[in-house]
Design a protein around this ligand. Structure first.
Ligand code: FE2
Length: 306
């Protein structure tokens, strides 16, 4: 990235942090110049998830879990990509509105908001993922109502909140690039630049599709995973995470979620969606590992290494 842009981001984040001290006890949101929203201080359980990918059945199940556990919508935060590979983008966005949970923009929402012609995932041209996106992205565009696009346009790029004594920032890919794939095997230096730029103690990220966490020198990177597609581990179950401050310290846990994946698969039985993704909902195995580094690619079908 251009150094000037990075420096501008740093100045902006310092400015934001100074505003956070002023507003940390307020519950009202503060929209900042780089489209960051600060939620103030949160307490109680916080539900983290990402990548709904137009999978309505997974979102409905997660809503049930939040309600059973008494987690209010204001404590439920999505890392973006509400819309994606599956069959019900319009229903997913409308359920988000009704439920009232928080989300940042994923690359898919940015492209939809801007009326772009592709999903913005940065797939290599001519790759299998690139070919599939030429089916599911126009399908999603054709299904979304004006009201849903207006809702998407209200989402921020990043969310900040304070929790159990930690400053937390939610990003999609990483802070600098919404389409950056950051994995467990990704060099820590790349992650560290995000902590430096945001001032956060904890970064919650999405986009790459795999749950993991990594801690170093009191900084923690957490990817809660995605609920719209399995994690390439050979199971149809999907992943989310919960923050817990009940012991008055910062704690988190990854969770697997069972849901009605057979119905999600049945909804995808149309010529307009890639059937490879419909199969993945059942097998838990991705069609390809084009986007994965060797470490994560080698774990295909062997379960998740958290
Ligand atoms: Fe994404």
């Amino acid at each position: 990235m251009d150094k000037t842009v990075v420096n501008q981001l740093r100045v902006s984040s310092q400015d934001i942090r100074s505003k956070q001290h002023v507003t940390s006890n307020q519950t009202a949101s503060l929209t900042t110049l780089d489209n960051r929203v600060h939620l103030g201080s949160l307490s109680g359980k916080v539900l983290l998830f990402g990548g709904v990918y137009s999978n309505l059945q997974a979102l409905e199940q997660l809503k049930r879990i939040a309600e059973e556990q008494g987690i209010p919508p204001g404590n439920c935060i999505c890392t973006g990509d509400l819309v994606g590979y599956c069959a019900q983008p319009e229903e997913v966005v409308q359920l988000f509105k009704i439920w009232g949970v928080k989300s940042i923009l994923g690359n898919v929402e940015i492209q939809l908001r801007d009326g772009a012609e592709d999903c913005g995932c940065d797939f290599r041209k001519g790759s299998r993922c690139d070919g599939f996106s030429q089916m599911w992205f126009p399908y999603a565009q054709s299904k979304l109502s004006k009201s849903s696009l207006e809702y998407i346009a209200t989402l921020p790029n990043h969310i900040d909140f304070r929790y159990a004594g930690k400053d937390i920032t939610v990003v999609h890919g990483d802070y600098f690039n919404v389409s950056e794939f950051v994995y467990k095997s990704t060099d820590w230096q790349i992650k560290q630049k995000n902590f430096d730029a945001t001032g956060a103690d904890v970064i919650i990220a999405g986009h790459c599709g795999l749950p993991f966490h990594q801690e170093k020198e009191e900084k923690t990177w957490i990817n809660p995973g995605v609920i719209g597609m399995p994690a390439n581990d050979g199971s149809p179950n999907v992943w989310y995470a919960v923050l817990d401050d009940s012991m008055e310290t910062f704690k988190f846990k990854h969770h697997q979620m069972e849901y009605n994946y057979k119905l999600a698969n049945a909804r995808m039985q149309t010529d307009f969606l890639p059937q490879e993704y419909a199969r993945t909902l059942i097998t838990g195995i991705w069609d390809n590992t084009e986007i994965l580094p060797p470490y994560e690619s080698g774990l295909q079908g062997f379960g998740i290494q958290l």
